[in-house]
Design a protein around this ligand. Sequence first.
Ligand SMILES: [Zn+2]
Length: 288
Amino acid sequence: MKASGAWGLLLLLGCGIDRSLPQYMQDVPRSEGDAKRAGEEIRKELGAAVLFEQVEGYFLVASNDTPERFRQCKGTIGRVYQHLYDDFLTQKPEKPIRVYLFRDKESYEAYCKTAYEKAPTTPFGFYMARERKMVMNISTGTGTLAHELVHPLLAEDFPDVPSWFNEGFASLYEESRNRNGKLVGVVNWRLPGLQKAIKAGRAIAFKDLTGTTTEQFYGDDRGVNYATARYLCLWLQEQGMLARFYKVFKAGAKDDPTGLAALEKTTGRKLEEIEKAWLPWVAGLKYP
Ligand SMILES: [Zn+2]
């Protein structure tokens, strides 16, 4: 269990760009010729049969899955990307992001062993910041793809984002719906564990959660940390305040790096009052 935390940490801390990134990753493909060359390079790595497409300009998406599944994944990428830039982010990436989608556990693990000389510690997928590369086992669903997509984009827009919001916001889109033309996060598998932790008196106070360092956030209590952060984001979304919170947080992060002041400012409530409203709201949610 420890190993997967360290792995996550390694990925998220890897903000510096790898100088050994191949040429096709140095700039977003601007022409069909550029995209074609990028596709050829990726096929050299993944095999000649993989499907390849440049999506929304920034994503170099490759997959060994069926065309139908590939189409679904491209749809997820497009929806999340559009949603983020419609309502939250302003800074676009400067370099492309690779998205490798494997159709099953076998090909996903085989790739990880070839590329990183070790088996992946997560069955779902991960993002390697240094390589600007997402590696996914897409047979587990598109939830992780949506989650992992948020990280590189959020990192461009809000480089100092603390882990609690980085993960809470990313995990919000693990399960989402279209509501009146907007993408919204909905209740997901992280809820029962959170409700159990709250009942057992193992909840983490917002003050402690927002104050966690990256290492603390991904420590032994990461399950509760992720879930609390996600359901705080979901609560803000349902109050119609998530986009405003993000803007206030980002704008004031120099003086308020945890986002606590932004939380109080956006909601117009003291932290204790927010928790007082949030706890019974979480208790009343149902999953599935
Ligand atoms: Zn994440």
